[in-house]
Write a protein of this length. Sequence first.
Length: 668
Amino acid sequence: MSTKYNNLFQPLKIGSMEIKNRIVMAAMGVHDNEMTKGDGGYTQQGIDYFAERAKGGAGLIVLGAMQVQNVFESDAHSTSVSAAGKEYVESMKELADAIHAYGCKVVPMLTAGSGREAAFWLVKGDPISSSDGLPNVWNPAVKHRALTPDEIKIYIDGFAKGAKLAKEAGFDGVSIHAIHEGYLLDQFAIASMNTRTDQYGGSVENRLRFAKEIIDAIKEACGPDFPVMIRYSVTSKMKGFNDGALPGEEYKEFGRGYEESIEVAQYLEKIGYAALDVDNGTYDSWFWAHPPVYMPQYCNLEDAAFIKKHVNIPVICAGRMEDPEVCDKAIADGKIDGVGLARMLLADPEWPNKAKEGNKEDIRPCIGCHVGCLGRLFQGKRMGCAVNPATCREKQMEIKPVEIKKNVMIIGGGIAGMEAARVLALRGHNVSLYEKTGALGGAFISASSMSFKQADKELIHWFIRQIKKLSVNIHMNTEVTKELIAEVNPDEIICATGSGARSLSGVKGIESIPVINAIEALTGQKPVGENVVIIGGGLTGIELGYELTLQGKKVEIIEMKDKILDMPDLCAANSQMLRQIIKYHKIPIHTGASVAKFEDGKVCYSVNGEEKSAKADTVIISIGYISNKDLYDPLKQWKEKVHLIGDADRVSNLLNATWSAYELALTI
């Protein structure tokens, strides 16, 4: 079968393993009690998740990292593979068979653990690292101790046993985690994190001795032809501990720089690693390895291309590799050998098949929000996806045809309304969608207007294309009334009427300065002056402040709480980058602040009783949203089958909008 992206769909050899195309599902942790067993193997739900990505056309799947020991660091959800036995092998055979059924190869990722990046409250005993005194990422006051050579031997034995179990289970190789992202093995490799004076410190060769002993032990246990890949960060992108460098920022590299990266990569090839699975960064610069929406697309591509010039083994690049056309060209130009897709395959498991068939416009985009994936993992929840509610619950959320077709009226054409319409139409219902304005997208339109949120725009367009393809009856510029409902006489009604911006009232002099809300500012409904004060330091307020700064405005942000971005569902990679952006652009932030009055073109506020002021041509209120139940409340008294979804039900985020819509649509 011919395809538009021929380079992307050529076979690739990784050691003795050949994969059918250049698409690799990059490793993501799904270790929770629903997806994994106590021995580290996968449940049927976990197997279904990976099988769906294999069915979608990936050439290779790299499983999430698995501990090789549980003596020094404990995994919150699974035991070490070094402690696993017969049951582990049996469940992993089931997984391997399910993936192989689609012509896809699979390797587990074996990890040395986190070291200074560990959630120290889960660590047994003294937290460990490469060297004494390294600060913990989450709490720098916690200091880590160096592993002893005898303790390192425990890890080496664990890697050998884990790889042998993997081979016995029918896996096609293993991936080693990692000279990447500042994890424990990387802490040995990075000079600024390795102050050892024994055989594991000093020269590059000594700092990579741990990595060499791992592959030597695996080859001895599994044979010389057993493929061993390694996750590799080209550079650390660090200005110091807990201080990451932004794209384009001039800085002195605290971690691994380009020159040493050449030496490290070449040595890894020399000692037998079959491929480099490439990105950038550490937890100190987390937004490189887990790029949020603020990071440029293909943020790691040029660094991957740089390192490929210096090695002869395949280089696979991950990091917002979103467009198959760009991926195909990168391979054609010799920049990389393969693409690592992680969140893209959460958003749309069929990305490879759709690309191969030339249906790029049908690929559901990842928007880099991290709400459903990394954010949920760090809340101790099962991983999911904000744009794909079926992720990690593929069978439970399977879309099945209905036995009895119904006429369903959906009121509101935002994301929740369009997702409900899409799923209902896929199931076979007759769906009519009513939107009172001239545009579909709801509140997401304002969010997508920011210059760094192209993916949000693409998501809106994707929804519009899908519901049109499914012949949903779309009624624009139509306000739903009781009379219209009586005329249409639907079997069921879904209210997806969204939310409205909260207003600020009771502040003296509020009429003296133009005051607008965030939606009005973002959509251009009202003009924004040169000196802007934003009241509200949540996600919208901070993102808006960044956007206006990029436009050349002078911005100050006032927040009543003691810290900005105080949101439990906001992923650390996103908040970390936003804080670095604020620091880089020198945007003044005033926390613990109480607004007192507006006067003489200023916003007057107090912090700990001290009176202060900020110059303002425009004040933008960004203090949250209120659910719009104006239509739902009377309707539920009149009609039996009336439902409420998205922000209209509960002001939250994109995940709440899509999940509530999808879940309801499966019940009708």
